[in-house]
Design a protein around this ligand. Structure first.
Ligand SMILES: NC(=O)c1ccc[n+]([C@@H]2O[C@H](COP(=O)([O-])OP(=O)(O)OC[C@H]3O[C@@H](n4cnc5c(N)ncnc54)[C@H](OP(=O)(O)O)[C@@H]3O)[C@@H](O)[C@H]2O)c1
Length: 289
């Protein structure tokens, strides 16, 4: 298939391009190639690339920034997604939309199945929910793939932040009252590749397996980075106020991926071992070993 991947310079998009490229004829596009909030740019991209399927990873992802910039967040996450959905409908192309656990309120301690009601707490979550609603209304085949707590190659992510802070401070506190599932971008890319085989329409929950708090995640990052995990202490979200409210428990429970024959995802701990090994290899290469 001719697959167009949006957000191809982003943390997820870049690994989606390399993963899908093994099987499909893939073109990655990012903001420099066209602003997806502009219908003329979307039309030009479709005219140039003629996709059979679009994997839409581009988004306004600054969760706290969105609280101040709701109009832009809505234009990108809601409006641009609706524009892509309409363009796909017009030519019969399928659309995979990557979405988020932040469409849920986090009040369900047992987590959320794919059909659970959306009730976002933040502007970011609300605008991603707007995008979901536009995709669900499509007549062409569509997939909504919700994920959470992404980490992978790129300039910024939680793993890099914790490793940097461990280098700068003797001790730090990390919130222990938000529970979810960290997800390694290459593992998510493999799920997206699987979903492009049979191309089922529907909502899917794709994370690494296992659940933890940010505090648990941070301590495991320390342990795997040869730092003493005891240097990291727990704190409540109240001690670390952020502009956007986050869900307390955003576990994404999965039924539909299994029904689609997708192999079980690796655990988040396994994924973290692989990512930190990659970071260590990069560090050694940078030092000229
Ligand atoms: N990161 C997470 O923890 C997380 C968790 C759950 C779900 N998700 C979802 O997963 C997807 C990928 O996230 P990510 O962290 O990989 O995102 P990312 O690194 O922020 O990448 C998003 C890309 O989209 C581009 N973009 C933004 N606005 C655009 C526009 N109007 N037109 C064209 N391109 C535009 C961005 O360009 P600029 O950088 O130049 O703006 C960036 O390259 C997103 O849909 C996100 O909502 C992420």
């Amino acid at each position: 298939m001719k697959v167009l991947v949006t957000g191809s310079e982003g943390m997820l998009g870049r690994v989606v391009v390399t993963t899908l490229d093994l099987v499909h004829d893939v073109t990655g596009v990012d903001l420099a190639d066209g602003d997806l909030t502009r219908p003329t740019d979307v039309a030009a991209l479709f005219a140039e690339h003629g996709p059979d399927w679009v994997v839409h990873t581009a988004a306004y992802t600054d969760v706290d920034g969105a609280e101040q910039d709701a109009a832009r967040a809505s234009a990108v996450n809601g409006g641009a997604t609706a524009g892509l959905a309409a363009a796909c409908d017009a030519c019969g192309a399928g659309l995979t939309y990557v979405s988020t656990d932040y469409v849920f309120d986090g009040d369900a301690p047992e987590g959320y199945m794919e059909g659970a009601l959306r009730n976002p707490l933040s502007v970011y979550g609300r605008t991603k929910a707007e995008g979901e609603a536009a995709v669900e209304a499509m007549s062409a085949p569509w997939q909504i793939v919700r994920t959470s707590w992404l980490f992978g190659t790129g300039p910024r992510n939680f793993v890099l932040t914790i490793r940097r802070l461990l280098g700068e401070r003797q001790s730090l506190n990390v919130v222990d009252d938000q529970t979810g599932s960290p997800t390694y971008a290459p593992d998510l890319a493999r799920v997206l590749a699987h979903l492009l085989i049979e191309r089922p329409t529907g909502v899917f929950h794709a994370t690494n397996t296992g659940v933890c708090t940010w505090f648990d995640f941070a301590r495991e990052i320390a342990r795997l980075s040869d730092a003493d995990p005891e240097r990291i202490g727990p704190c409540g979200s109240i001690a670390y106020p952020t502009p956007a409210k986050r869900p307390a428990c955003s576990i994404l429970r999965s039924h539909n991926l299994e029904a689609a024959g997708c192999p079980e995802r690796p655990s988040w701990q396994d994924a973290l071992v692989r990512y930190i090994a990659q970071l260590n290899t990069n560090d050694r290469n940078d030092q000229g070993e």
